[in-house]
Each structure stands twice: as C-alpha cells, then as structure tokens.
Design a protein around this ligand. Structure first.
Ligand code: URA
Ligand code: SF4
Length: 182
C-alpha cells in the first residue's frame, strides 16, 4: 500500500499539512490489499505514531476484542485512519488537515475496493458521509453513498471510558458481515 501511495506522492514524507511537524511516523494503514472490509478510524495516537501502525494502543486492544467477538479476523480487514499523522495531544484533526490528507484515503479505497467500509466514530463518519452524524441514533446503521456501503459505529476508544458500551459495539460489529452481502 505504501508503494501504491508513493506513486501519487511520497506519503511517508508527506508535507501536505502541519501534522508533519509533530509526527514520528506516518501511519498509512495495515491489512491485505484485497480486503473485503475496510475500517476507518480518526487519527494515529501515541503508540501508533511510535510504531507506524494503526490501532496498536488501548483503542486497538478494544478493536481486537470487538472484532474477535464478531468472529472477524483482524488479519482479513484493512485498517486505516482519516488522517495519517498524529495530531498534538490527540486532538481531533482540523478540517484543513482532513482535507489535505483525504486524497490518500480516496486512493486506498479505490485500490482496495472494499465491499464494505466501517466508520469508527464521529470523525470518520462525518468525513466520509459529508454531513453531521448523531452517533447515539445512527450507530449500527448501513448507509450507501457514492457506490460504497458504510456501517456507522462508535470509535472503539469510547469503550475505554464507558465499558457498558461494549455490548452495543459488539452488536454493531456483528453487522459487519451484512456489509458483505450483495
Ligand atoms: N485511534 C484512532 O482513531 N486510530 C488509531 O489508529 C488509534 C487510535
Ligand atoms: Fe500528509 Fe496526511 Fe500527514 Fe497531513 S496528516 S502531513 S496530509 S500524511
């Protein structure tokens, strides 16, 4: 994937927004290039920035747990984020950073051609759907837009602060297989 993105730009040395100033590593994504399911989070955190891999910290452990409960092998899904560099203090990315980074994500979606895309949290959902999303009302729903099928769900970090959300999240994740249906 890095090689493919390098063809459109040198993503690992990307200068397109100010997040370049605080990053250690650009976190492009992980998973097979022919994955049927793609998961999109918000932005790398501290551990991700250090290791150059998405969802390897506390949120990643939650994600692993949720995928396992839904019977999905993490090795089979492609995981990435809305922005590829860590924002300072883990603040949500600014609109101009999201915009600057978006061509990379578009290219990833185009190359992988997933059957379904899981939007992990508000930033991913609002960016990809181009509108406000009220997570409490819309989580667990599948939305079609521009020829893609999106499943909306909470960000797995939400579970860190509110453990009772886990059951809700597991139910959402069980719908991932519905994304694969024609
Ligand atoms: N949170 C995200 O949104 N993405 C990661 O890769 C890690 C934590
Ligand atoms: Fe480039 Fe995206 Fe990193 Fe900004 S967040 S520097 S656009 S890779």
């Amino acid at each position: 994937m890095v090689q493919i993105l390098n063809k459109i730009d040198d993503v690992l040395h990307c200068p397109r927004c100010d997040l370049k100033l605080s990053r250690t590593n650009v976190v492009v994504g992980s998973g097979p290039i022919n994955a049927k399911i793609m998961l999109i989070g918000e932005a790398p955190g501290k551990n991700e920035d250090k290791q150059g891999q998405p969802f390897v910290g506390a949120a990643g452990r939650n994600l692993n747990e949720l995928l396992e409960e839904a019977g999905i092998d993490r090795k089979d899904v492609y995981i990435t984020n809305i922005v590829k560099c860590r924002p300072p203090e883990n603040r949500p990315p600014f609109d101009y950073e999201v915009e600057a980074c978006h061509p990379y994500l578009q290219k990833q979606i185009e190359v992988i051609g997933p059957k379904g895309i899981v939007l992990l949290g508000k930033t991913a959902a609002e960016t990809m759907l181009g509108r406000k999303v009220e997570m409490g009302k819309e989580h667990g729903t599948v939305v079609e837009k521009d020829g893609h099928r999106y499943l909306i769900t909470y960000h797995p970090a939400a579970m860190i602060y509110k453990r009772t959300l886990k059951d809700t999240l597991v139910e959402d994740y069980k719908k991932i297989s519905a994304l694969l249906a024609e």
